[in-house]
Structures are given as C-alpha cells and as structure tokens.
Design a protein around this ligand. Sequence first.
Ligand code: BGC
Length: 966
Amino acid sequence: MKRIVPFIAIITLVAGVALSAFCKCTSTGGTIINDLRVEYMKNPVGIDVLQPRFSWKMESSERGVSQTAYTITVSTDEAFKKTVWNSGEVLSDQSVAIVYKGAALTPATRYFWRVQIKDRTSKNIVSTEKAFFETGLMDSGWSNAQWIKPLQRDTVNTVPMFRTTCVLDKKIGSARIYTSGLGIYNLFINGKRVGTPDKNGNTVYDEFKPGWTDYTHTVSYSIYDVKDWLVKGNNVLAAYVAPGWWQGGIAHGKYGNPDLGFIAKLVVNYTDGTSETVVTDPKTWKCSSDGAVVQGDIYNGEVYDARKESAWTSPGYDDSGWQVCGINTDFKGEIKAFAGPTVQVRTSLQRTPVKITRYEGITNTGSDFGMINVKETQTQPAVISLSKGQTVVYDMGQNMTGWVKFKVKGNTGTAVTVRFAEMLNDEGKKLRGDDGPGGSIYRINLRSAKTMLQYTLKGDTTGEEYHPSTTFFGFRYCDLTATDDIRIESLTGEVVGTASEEGGSFSTDNPSINQLFSNIIWGQRSNFLSIPTDCPQRDERLGWTGDIEIFGRTASYNADLAAFFQKWMGDMRDSQRDDGAFPSVAPHCWVGWGQAAWAEAGIIIPWTTYLMYDDKGILEENYPAMEKYMTFLANQADKKYRYNGAGTDYGDWVSYVHTDNRYISVCYYAYSALLMEKIALALSTAKDDEYAQKAASYQTLYNNIKQEFQSRYTIKSGMLNQDTQTAYLLALKLNLFSTEVLRQEAIDHLRQLIVDNGNKLNTGFVGTGVMMPTLSDTGLTDIAYNLLLQRENPSWLYSVDQGATTIWERWNSYTKENGFGDIGMNSFNHYAYGVVGEWLYRYVAGINPDENRPGFKHILLNPNPDFRKTFPKGQKQITQADASYNSYYGKIRSAWKIENNGSVQYDVTIPANTTATLTLLLPNEQSEVFESGIAVKDAKGIVSINRENGKTVMEIGSGKYSFEVR
Ligand code: BGC
C-alpha cells in the first residue's frame, strides 16, 4: 500500500491540475473546511486506535474546486503549543481517512487537531471547527477494578442496583468514568443519570450500554466526562444492570446461565495536580435487587413498581439494608473501547398518537372473535379517562422501534399493563389469521416474546411519568388496561435505536414511491439497534447476516454507517467458527454458521464499506477472516463437485417460487471469488505483490467455479436448468454464461419470465437482493420500472397499498383478500426487501461510487429517468425524481424532471474536492445538451464531453449544475 498511495496521489493531482487548467473556473472565494472527523466520527471520546484516521470536508459554492495539499496538526492543548504530530505540507487531494503518523498516543488523553489545506489558487484555508479526539484506556488497564455482581440471584430477570460512596476532597479539574456491564446498564452520579451534553446544553443519554457484542470475546466500555456530575465532598456512584443481550432470553443460552455484572473506574484529576481513582470493588460497593425496576428483559418487557422508587443514587441514602457484592468471573473476554454511534432515544422522531380508541367488551358480529365495542375515538393526543375493565388502543401512525412514555394519574397500587403490536386484527376471524376481535391488537406474530410493560402507580396526585429502560418494542399500536380507574394524561412513542447520521433522501412525483422510501428508512431506523437486526418485535431481533448482506448497500446510502459496520465486522470476526465459517447471526447465538448468502456478509459488508466510505482499513482488518472463509468454502468440495459453496439452510428465503438452494450456494461462491479478487486488488500496492498474486488466484477460482457451474446448471441450449427469476438474476449478475450470445438469450428469457408472471417478481431475499440493479445492468431498466410500480401481490407497492409504514418480511405478510400471513414468520418490520432503495439511489438517481476511486472521490452519475415507452395497465410514468447522498466529501444531488415537451432537466451537485463522470441519456440523434441555458461546451466546470451510443458522457468538476436535454 505504501507504494501505491503516492502513485494514486500523483494521478489525482495530475487530474486535479488538468482539471483546473481545462475548466473555466472562477477564483475560489468562500471555500471552507468543515465536518472534521476522526475514525469517521465527530470528536470521538474513547478510541483505542493506535493510528487514528482523519477526514474533513471542503465546501465551496464554486465549480471545479479541489484540494492540492494538506497539513494536519495534532496537539494535546487547544492552543496547539504541545504538538505531537505535524504532517508537514503533503501534496495530495486526499481528505478522507488520512492515517496519524505522529508520536505514540498516550491513554486517556484528549488531542486537539486542525487541518490547513491549499486549493488550486494556492490560498491556505484553515479549519476553524473545534476538533478533538480522546484516547481510551488503551493498554493502561482498569486499576484493579473488578466485575461486581449481586451475591445472590433472586428471581428471573431481576435488575440489581449497585452503589458506592466516595469522598473527593479537593477541587476537581477533570474527571472521566470508564464503565461496562454484563447485561445492559444505566449509570448515575449523585442522583443524576450520566450522559453527554449536546451543543444545545441538553444531556444525551446512551441506552442499552454496553451494546451487543460477542461476549465470549468482547464487551465494550464507555467513557463519560463526569466533572459536572461530581462535587467536592461526598459522592455516590450508582448503576443498575438488566439482563439485556447477556443473560436474557435473547442470548438463547449462549453464555450459559451467567450472573449480571458491572465494572467502573472513575479517574478524578484535582486542580493541584494530584488525582484519585475509584473502582468497582466488592468490598466497597453494595447491591440490592429491591428497586423500582422489578424485572427487565428484551423479549418480555419491563415490570416497574413506582412505589419502590427511592433516592438510592444520591448521597445520604441509607443503604444499610443492602448486601455486599460478589465478584463476577463469568466474562472471559476483552473489554474494548466502544467506537461508533450509540443507541439513543431519537427525540426528533418522537411520535404522538394519530388515533386513540377506548373500548369495553366485544360486539358479537358472528365472526370467531367479534369486534371491539368502541366507547370513544380521538384522532389526536387527548387525556383519556380509563375505567377498570376498559381497554384503550393507541395508534402511533408509524411502525417503529422503541417504547412509550406515558403520564398517568390514579391510586397507589393500581397496576397498568401496556401491550405492544404492529397490526390490528381486522374482522375477528380465525380464517384470516386474526388472534382476537376486530380492532384489537394483533400479537400472535410476536411468538414467545411477551413484549409488555407492567407499571404499578405510586399514587402521585400530580401525575407520574414513566418509560422503560431495559427493553424495547417493535410496534405501531399499544393497548393499555388498568386494575382501577386511571387518567392517562399523555402517551408518546419514543424511537430508540442506533443514532447513525441520516443523510440520504429520495423523492418523486409518485406519492406511493415516496411512501415506499419512507418505509425503507423506517425499516432501517427500527432495525439498527446496536447491531443490524432482522426485526424488532418477535422473539428474534438478532443480527441475521443475510438480511444485512442484502440491505447493507441501501442502508449506507441512507445513513453514515462507516463506524457502525466497522464495529459489527468485529462481531463477525469474534463469531467466526474455527473452520472459517461466518455465522448466520452476529453476534453469534442460537443458530449456526456457513450458510450461503448469509455468511457472505463477512465479505460483502467490508467491500460495501470500502466503496461507500473509502475505508481501506476495513478491508485490511478483515482480510484474514475473509481468506479463512474462502478456505471454508474450498473445503465444501465433495466427490462429485469441487465448488459447492456454503450451506443450503436458507436459499432464496421466503420466495414465491423455489430455486434450488445449492444453486444459490454455488452462485454465492462465485460472488465471493469475484469480490475477493477486487478486494485483493484494492489492497495491492505493486504489480506482483502478495495481494496481486492473491487477486490472480481468485480470478482463477472464479473461472473454475464458472466452468463447473455451466456443466452443473445449464442445459443443452445453454440456458439454466433452474427456470426461475432468481436463478437468471444470479447467473446474469455474476456473468456465469459462457458466451455473449447466451447471455443475451438469458436476458431475453429473464424479461419473458417477468412479463409472463404479469410483470411481477416472485423472488425471495436472495433474488430480490440482486434483482433491480441486475435488470438495469442488463438493459432491462424498463422492466425494473414496471416492477417498481407494480401494485399487485407480490410487489413493493402492494404492501404500501395495504397501509404498510415499514418494509414487511413477506410480500404477503398481510393481504386484504386473505388477512394475515404465516404466523410462524410474519414480521411487519424487516428491512431486506427495502433493498429496492439501492436501485432508487444508484439507478433512478444514478449516484454511484467509482470502484477505482471509492468513497465518492470520483462519482459515476448515471441518472435513468423513467423513459418507458409502454406501461403495464394502471401504471403512470414517473416524471420527477430528486435524490441526495451525504458522502464524506459533502452532499451529492441528482434530480431529473421530464417536461411535457419531452425535454429533460437534470440538476446535479458535485461536492468540492470530487469529480464526476455524468452520463445523460439522449432520446434521439438530434438531442442537444445545455447547461444553465447555454450550450454545454461553453459551460464552466465541464472538462470533457463525449457523445456515444445515445448518450452524452461528461467529465465534470465540483459544483452545482443545471442541465437540459432538448
Ligand atoms: C429471520 C430472517 C433470517 C432468517 C434466516 C428468520 O427467522 O427473521 O430475517 O434471515 O430467519 O432464515
């Protein structure tokens, strides 16, 4: 790599110089640098990386702007007097992931940094943003902090509390607390929950700490600046720990029957230069399991008794009745600093009810369960008086993940039960899959997960407010009952999930497509909770690898997932089996390893992360694990076939038409070989280095797989012996036909398969995963549009028409004709089919990274307006689309509009320090291209123009452009 970096830099510099020489650009005023990041995060506190990577964005309103040099300075003081690294002026246009090369970093230290760049005018531009990173404990250790645990375990799912007091007798200069839990924990100091102040002065809390990792190897720790929480004198440190992913049902027994635990190290630096350290120690910490959070479990919910609330987290509390702690020895792995976006309550997404229905009893309608007997309906937030024996159903108008926060008034000891659901029963008929009266909440698809809250009132006459903290729910609806009359003053839905920065957008003039896009976004919000999960409601909520293998690319357009995927790939490596098989679920529990299209996430996710964020580090870090996986695949050979691929457990999961599972395994083996060749080439730094040789051997492997594939899966005509959409899609995507003629025949056949099926797909996870890009890549964009706008079952808009607000697990999770789908597997919040989002960004809007200059340093912009000439019955042309993607260089925008007169308007934005190849389709020979009203050849920022095969291909510099094809 060392040799190729300068080589690339020279190429890009030359390109940059050529660009500035060629384009008619105005002078660069107003260029600024912003969004400084370390390890893809903004001002991260607690990174244990020896050589962190720096990134920044250049912003300019002008065209053709690029960086020509940078100088990074890192210092331990804000005034930049104690410099630990000055990169010197580096002639390079690189501004993403530049590796620190200064003096060895010290643990638990805050480093400030800034960057100065030059643009082609040689003017210096200096960053003004306050930018820093803070190292974690690194190898400095935990100062003998011990994992503490309750000495005795009471009942299942209890939530022990831990506390200690300490005296800090001098003026505090700075303070950090390092904490982790076995289970999930909340931390308090002196009666106040610990969090991080945001820029508006509000405290942001991290939920479900320490997050989910493969605890056989790793648990994460968090770091908080707690100076403002501490006082001179008596202080209390306190935490409660719930089962979470360690001990609860969701662990599926992976860790045996372990105890909950907590570890902490508080380091206080006094202003006089001395310091004090307080750690968890069974001798000085006390424990009780008799708190208000009586039980907490991810699947089953929370039991909370407000009568048990006390000031246990504050000084002055009498803990003489508490027990001493024990030492928890159940954890044998490593405690590592957490890096990446944390799980938070996403306040900007908070929902208020759109419908409140109070009912009592059931009206017999002759159906199995009857209908609910409605007493009151409200269509906006309202105070509800609920009598004993009545039920109130809240509709949040949006399927989501999180919990409800409510305020109630009532007598002490009154118990309130809240149950959660994604759907309502429709007609109260068993035949339609209903599990109760029409209008009541439908819960049978939650399987064994109890998903409920039980709250006992303390009887506060001013009202009492509550939300849980040890569980989460996937829901749109909840119902509430009470053992006595109560008043529900308010109830809101709080969205809880990984707070990754959302940056993608997509809209059209077709409201149903816009709803589909919203469903994709909500599917992601709902299922990115510490790890990428399959669903948020039933007794799974696991890191199913196949689901993210399919949806990962879409997801990384919707939000910045660089750090999220880096962390999750750590879970993949931790959970990899010794023989190299990647797991079906990461962090691993419950199910197995080495299943085709699931296990390959171990290769596909790093590759996607590299493409989207120019993160070569993720390829390097995971390369050995990927190679191990390739060895696992090689070892699946049998006497008959050398190239069998991975396991056949899942195949084209939940498809309408079956494709042989082994066929899918073989195709994914070819896919892995293709990607491994690309990955090795990306890591290669010289023509014949080790990586280049590996790349060559993966190419050979791919060719061999292809050959065996042809003898195994093609018939005399050269077509496939698997006559399904999925089979043709995979073979075309992976170029598995022997000749171009056969490939063309296969494309025609695929078109026919879809047309014969009434312009409908019939694919499952795997086929749908590759469907739309493959159709466009093979010249079938018209078919892709037909599928996108299809409204019959199965299709994306079919579920939209049934009222879906998230993506469903099955095409027919619910149908108006037949009611609910198979209850064994029927989630209404499963992101896999949201993979169509990738096509919307990459093909409809045409925003693509260039594999050769990834991370959108060079953009391949290929918008594909809806140029269909004929439309299936009932379909209308999409005449406008507008999409944006927030790259590491800034916002890329691609919008088009087909005018009534047939001309097409294209508005594009190319961020500073990037370039783009823009390809515009020309309707006919005479079509001409204009930019901001003038002939394109005279426009600023355009480096070259080529007209070929019905297209205009332009190399353009950064800036905003408005093209018109007339
Ligand atoms: C999950 C899927 C997953 C599948 C594997 C299901 O139970 O919800 O999304 O990929 O199992 O077969």
